[in-house]
Design a protein around this ligand. Structure first.
Ligand code: FAD
Length: 501
């Protein structure tokens, strides 16, 4: 009997179940990595995403080779051909794979017809297994992130003092999310020069033109576990102390603020969630860091990330097709080309996404998704766009974040109300409005900020549906205070808005 292991591109970790199960016989275990060009052609991925994944795969393959695993690295069109050849050549009788996160990829594996048995081993890249999350969810009437997060704090004994949360409270958000001050001095970030392997991948992608979205250079992301650990340590030392305070702030030209920049590494398996949480908790005790920042950050990883992953499997596979508001506007062209919009908040966020493949949470939620929601862009089109352009995007994290949190296309299976907002919010949390040709305080003229009239147009269009949510009553009350004439003007402005300059 010969067991072989197929390492998937987002499972670049030695501790994964498939590798662990063969560790004792590693010198005799064939391991395969496959770069499939057909797979990446299914959507116009940001070019840096392709560089990140393929370079990280190639680096990880080298590490395993150096550790005496029998590594084959295939660069090909499809997955089936190299798999079949490798199985025959190595006389493999059982192929072990760590169960992929993404449903679509799992289905692809299950449809493969190979000359050996396929064994899917449990995915151990999350703190909560799918079954554990289901067990938690089954016992609840409402699936609240806050309840799940508290359960996680207790279960993994994070920031706890006996049965109570450290400091006496579970959540310190009242001290967080401050608007940006003028002349904020954000920390320098740690970036990496491409080595030979990364440069080869860059050249290959440029030559083959797999995608034309996003700038491929300068490529500065880490591509190894060692680099990912450096990013984590640098974040803890330089950024974590102010993380909470400016978690929601947006500043022109400041792409990273005090954020972790660790999602690309967590989602590839270069970092593990528990090691991130433990390192941050240790820093709280050893370096006496502010609890509001430490707790706020731990809530993102132990709470939001695990919750979104758990819900992806908890909901049915057709969750991705939800369209509660029946929105059908095609995705405006400017999402692919920032030069085609004059709205400064969108432009700045899109420019930064083109340059790096990264935008932080509030840019994704309150600028990009907010605009898509209130203008009625089709949910599946905007989800597909998010999936293409972000460096950390995978199906498991896109569905719940975009369809659920971002645009409320699931009608409240995840969030209790839509994250729709006026220019007022964007102006409070950023400096974008001060350099915009539209007027943030106006909602009734050609100069008015489109977020204002689209917002009220959205609320008015869906007032009956929104009434059923309860938490929208205050806003619906405000809608009633708007005169019919003003509402009509805003609706006309929304109709007339030119989505391309
Ligand atoms: P930080 O702000 O430093 O947060 C720390 C970590 O918490 C992140 O690295 C991430 O692992 C985790 N986290 C926080 N919130 C979430 C969340 N809602 N879901 C999952 N993990 C979370 N995250 C992705 O990993 N990939 C995506 O493609 C993605 N798309 C998103 C799309 C929309 C519309 C929204 C609203 C959110 C999306 N998120 C996504 C969640 C979040 O915005 C990113 O995880 C975060 O911006 C990554 O940057 P960071 O590492 O600097 O995060």
């Amino acid at each position: 009997m010969v067991v072989g292991v197929w390492i998937l591109g987002d499972r670049l970790n030695r501790l994964q179940s498939s590798l662990e199960s063969c560790h004792e016989q590693k010198e005799k275990t064939p391991v395969i990595f496959i770069e499939s060009s057909n797979y990446v052609k299914q959507r116009p991925y940001h070019q840096q995403k392709l560089v990140l994944v393929w370079s990280a795969m190639r680096h990880f393959a080298e590490e395993l080779k150096a550790d005496n695993w029998q590594v084959t690295y295939a660069i090909t069109e499809d997955f089936a051909t190299p798999l079949q050849e490798w199985i025959q050549k190595n006389k493999i009788t059982e192929l072990r794979i760590t169960t992929p996160c993404d449903r679509t990829f799992l289905a692809r594996i299950q449809s493969l017809s190979l000359d050996c048995k396929i064994t899917l081993l449990p995915d151990n890249h999350f703190l909560w297994s799918r079954q554990e999350f289901q067990d938690w969810a089954k016992s609840r009437k409402r699936l609240l992130m806050e309840d799940f997060y508290r359960e996680g704090r207790k279960r993994f004994n994070i920031l706890m003092s006996g049965k109570d949360p450290i400091g006496g409270k579970w959540n310190y958000d009242k001290q967080n999310r401050k608007p940006p001050k003028k002349n904020l001095e954000t920390p320098e970030r740690i970036w990496f020069e491409p080595d030979n392997i990364t440069q080869e991948v860059i050249n290959w992608i440029q030559e083959k033109q797999f995608s034309n979205y996003g700038e491929i250079t300068p490529f500065q992301w880490g591509v190894t576990r060692e680099q990912a650990l450096q990013v984590l340590e640098h974040f803890i030392t330089e950024c974590l102390p102010s993380f909470g305070t400016y978690q929601d702030a947006m500043v022109t030209g400041e792409y990273t603020i005090w954020h972790g920049l660790i999602s690309p590494y967590l989602n590839l398996g270069l970092l593990q969630p528990l090691e991130v949480i433990n390192a941050v908790e240790k820093a709280y005790y050893d370096r006496e860091l502010p609890l509001n920042s430490v707790e706020g950050f731990i809530r993102q990883v132990l709470g939001w990330r695990e919750y979104m992953h758990g819900l992806y499997y908890h909901f049915d596979a057709d969750y991705s097709q939800n369209n509660w508001f029946e929105h059908d506007r095609p995705l405006p062209e400017f999402f692919w080309d920032s030069s085609q919009t004059n709205l400064n908040c969108l432009k700045q966020t899109l420019i930064q996404t083109e340059k790096t493949g990264y935008a932080h949470h509030i840019q994704r939620l309150m600028i990009l998704a907010n605009f898509a929601l209130i203008t009625g862009i089709n949910p599946q089109e905007i989800e597909s766009w998010f999936h293409s352009v972000f460096i950390d995007a995978y199906d498991w994290v896109m569905q719940t974040n975009v369809i659920g949190m971002g645009i409320f296309a699931d009608g409240g299976m995840l969030a209790s109300k839509p994250y729709a907002a006026l220019a007022n919010y964007i102006n409070k949390m950023s400096d974008y409005c001060s350099n915009c040709q539209y007027n943030k305080s106006d909602r009734l003229t050609e100069k008015a900020c489109p977020f204002n009239y689209f917002y009220w147009d959205f609320i008015a269009r869906h007032r009956d549906k929104l009434k059923s949510l309860g938490r929208m009553n205050l806003i619906l009350g405000n809608l009633k205070k708007i005169s019919e004439e003003d509402l009509k003007t805003m609706q006309e402005l929304a109709q007339k808005f030119e989505f391309s300059k």
